[in-house]
Design a binder for this molecule. Structure first.
Ligand code: ZN
Length: 318
């Protein structure tokens, strides 16, 4: 089961006090319900591909309005595996629709889904849970990027959902994608907050586990990269120092150097792969790292002088 499906399954089992039932239902039907007229009835259809959500909608309607909705199952034409469940309510009275946050357009007399105003904190959260159940999706936390989204065809609805989320400081953003408006969260921390708000505590823990693991892995990678970089730096410096010493040896001999410089050259020749710190240790810590580094700079200057300005010209020298 995908992480999104797991999260939704968990959400369909969140216990709801009576006040929150309506709020959650309102969330569910505000984004993906269809009100239409057959020859004989007005029908409210709420579709989902998730059987647990269908069951939830069915139960919540039964509890809230004391009815038994019909459940229609059909197979998607293209993807034969996927079933679509429609929870169907025949002839919902206007007053039900109003309670669910819908309103009648005074001109067209059409009923439109709206974002109802629940004032109690528990109900506001339940409303968001409903929205997520109906139109939400979340990436597996182990995938490349964190992503949670709510998608709807109606821009105004999307704006309203975004405002609702941002009342909790979630900084949700909105983009138009194909025919949909998508409200989304990208930061792991905000996604965790949202999961907590809507009551997906198991999903939240799993998300956090993966996030912490990922964070640790990144830190280890950073350390390894850093160490590799340092190692490369050490090797680069050692190679350069050995070249310098070879030049001096060939052109004037190491015995011509001052004691301190000769000592530095000899210790490097003896330990070609050591870093500065290790060289100091080999010298019994009689010199500091910066002191030794300074000696190597001096050696480099001498080598440069010995090579003269025309060494790079090659043939003219010979
Ligand atoms: Zn409530």
């Amino acid at each position: 089961m995908s992480f999104a499906a797991e999260t939704k399954k968990e959400l369909t089992m969140v216990p709801t006090p009576a006040c929150c039932r309506l709020a959650e239902l309102s969330g569910i039907i505000s984004l993906n319900a269809r009100l239409w007229n057959s020859e004989t009835h007005r029908i409210l259809d709420i579709e989902t591909e998730n059987v647990a959500i269908a069951r939830r909608i069915y139960t919540q309607f039964r509890e809230e309005f004391a009815i038994r909705p019909e459940v229609v199952v059909r197979k998607k034409m293209r993807l034969k595996k996927n079933r679509v469940y429609a929870v169907r309510i025949f002839s919902p009275p206007d007053v039900w629709l109003e309670r669910l946050g819908w309103h009648q357009d005074p001109q067209t007399l059409l009923w439109m889904p709206g974002i109802s105003k629940f004032t109690k904190e528990c109900c506001r959260r339940s409303f968001l849970r409903g929205i997520f159940l109906a139109a939400g999706s979340i990436n597996d936390p182990g995938s490349n990027s964190y992503h949670l989204e709510l998608s709807t065809v109606d821009e105004e609805q999307a704006q309203a959902v975004r405002r609702r989320m941002n009342q909790y400081g979630l900084h949700a953003r909105l983009i138009a994608r194909k025919r949909n408006y998508v409200v989304y969260l990208k930061e792991g921390e905000r996604i965790v907050e949202f999961l907590s708000l809507i009551g997906a505590h198991q999903a939240l823990l799993k998300f956090e586990d993966v996030r912490i693991l990922k964070g640790m892995r990144n830190q280890v990678n950073r350390l390894v990269n850093c160490e590799t970089a340092n190692m490369n730096k050490t090797i680069g410096a050692a190679v350069r120092q050995l070249e310098v010493i070879r030049v001096i040896e060939n052109r004037m001999g190491l015995q011509q150097l001052s004691d301190r410089l000769r000592e530095a050259a000899e210790i490097r020749l003896r330990h070609p792969e050591a870093n500065l710190q290790e060289l100091c240790e080999h010298m019994g810590n009689t010199v500091s790292k910066s002191g030794l580094n300074h000696r190597f700079h001096k050696l480099e200057e001498i080598a440069k002088k010995l090579q003269g300005p025309s060494t790079s010209m090659g043939p003219e020298n010979g």
